[in-house]
Design a protein around this ligand. Structure first.
Ligand code: SAM
Length: 393
């Protein structure tokens, strides 16, 4: 069924939200203030998803996307909006999500921070196989907005310029290789995930070793902003011990906590841990302890027999968040005075914070959103929790 809707706001994910007879309608591509003609795609008792057929009254903010692939490629959600408006809406989404999920005081939210570039910021890109023929070189593609089709492109607006050759070149994939990642080093040379190589990336005043098959943040200027914020909290609370969970190559320990007397890294990738050891050594920062393996296994064993006043835990888990058993441990034991959680998934962050806060041992001190992935729906959020009755940052 087709119908007209007035759009009120942009919700997390980038859809426009409007109401008809009290029912919420989510419309991809529609902007606040617009009257749009939509067609219902999915209808549930209390909400519906609809596709945008026509903009009847456009928003004064509507712009033409710069990327010719935006309609088919699923990567960007905000190209039809000027960047400052995108930032404004992302900040609102963080605030509303925190208010809905936790008793959250608006004063605890800092303004969203962003880098200088809204395009050309990604230093790594993953592309997918396009043909089943294993033995022939092939061009690679993104997965489309429908989560299924392959979108072959000549360039991606989000990628750094030095990556542009990967989109038009043909690549020889291995038999079982479904996708390949391409990453830039500090000299703008390309490294790929088809074999393990280590290379350097510059972040802050560090030149860090990382692995072609391990993780590294893909927007360096914003990583540096996060590092500065974390360093400010470290300086304010003066921890005796910094525990870096999901440490990767030790990026945030080295950017923000190098002066803390004891630093421990927990990470499952042996490749990243190898690089972390090198990074600490070259930076001349003592690494007190390293635990390779799953955090949910190694960390509880360590912390329950090694409690220490003045502990600060920093955790930057993958998109799926932390294991429920780890959240339970943190909620029950108050094993640290300060916990800082960095997340690239707002809903997962809220799920985990809610869990950690259940036993009332911690309170939120501050929340800072970062626009790590401009023009896309994603928001990176840094949340600082402090043990109740502890020092304030
Ligand atoms: C989002 S990355 C963050 C890495 C690091 N903080 C950085 O900024 O480079 C998440 C890291 O967690 C690691 N990881 C994923 N699941 C894990 C687990 N269950 N236990 C330990 N490490 C894990 C990944 O290998 C990856 O290095």
């Amino acid at each position: 069924m087709d119908m007209e809707i007035k759009i009120e706001k942009l919700v997390f994910g980038g859809d426009g939200l409007g109401f008809v007879n009290g029912k919420a309608f989510f419309v991809e591509g529609a902007l606040p203030g617009e009257k749009v003609l939509v067609r219902i795609l999915i209808e549930k008792p209390n909400y519906a998803k609809a596709s945008l057929l026509r903009v009847l009254e456009p928003s004064p903010h509507r712009i033409i996307p710069v990327c010719p692939y935006v309609e088919r490629c699923g990567g960007c959600q905000y190209q039809h909006l000027p960047y400052p408006e995108e930032l404004k809406w992302k900040e609102k989404q963080v605030l509303e999500s925190f208010q809905q999920s936790l008793q959250f005081d608006l004063k605890l939210l800092s303004p969203i921070q962003c880098g200088k570039k809204e395009y050309g910021y990604r230093n790594s890109i993953s592309l997918h196989r396009t043909t089943e023929k294993n033995n022939k070189p092939q061009r690679l593609s993104f997965i489309g907005r429908d989560n299924y089709s392959k979108v072959m492109i000549d360039h991606c607006m989000l990628a750094e310029d030095h990556l542009k050759e990967i989109f038009t070149a043909e690549h020889q994939l291995g038999r079982k290789e479904e996708r390949r990642s391409f990453k830039l080093d500090e000299k703008n040379r390309i490294f790929t995930s088809d074999e393990e190589r280590i290379y350097r990336i510059r972040a802050g005043n560090q030149s860090l070793w990382t692995s072609s098959i391990g993780f590294f943040q893909n927007n360096i200027p914003v990583t540096e902003l996060i590092g500065k914020q974390l360093a400010a909290w470290v300086k304010a609370v003066k921890p005796t011990r910094f525990i870096d969970l999901y440490s990767g190559v030790g990026t945030f320990s080295l950017l923000s906590a190098a002066t803390v007397p004891e630093i421990f890294c927990f990470e499952e990738s042996v490749h990243s841990i190898g690089c972390a050891r090198r990074n600490f050594k070259e930076a001349n920062v003592p690494l007190t302890g390293v635990f390779t393996g799953k955090v949910e296994k190694t960390f509880p064993r360590f912390i329950l027999s090694n409690q220490k006043p003045g502990t600060m835990i920093f955790m930057d888990p993958p998109r799926l968040g932390i294991a429920s058993s780890l959240a339970t441990l943190l909620s029950k034991e108050a094993v640290a005075e300060n916990i800082v959680y960095l997340s690239c998934d707002l809903q997962i962050l809220l799920r985990d914070l809610k869990h950690i806060l259940t036993n009332n041992r911690y309170e939120i001190q501050a929340v800072v959103p970062f626009d790590m992935f401009p023009r896309t729906k994603h928001i990176e959020v840094l949340a600082h929790l402090q043990k109740k009755g502890g020092r304030h940052s």
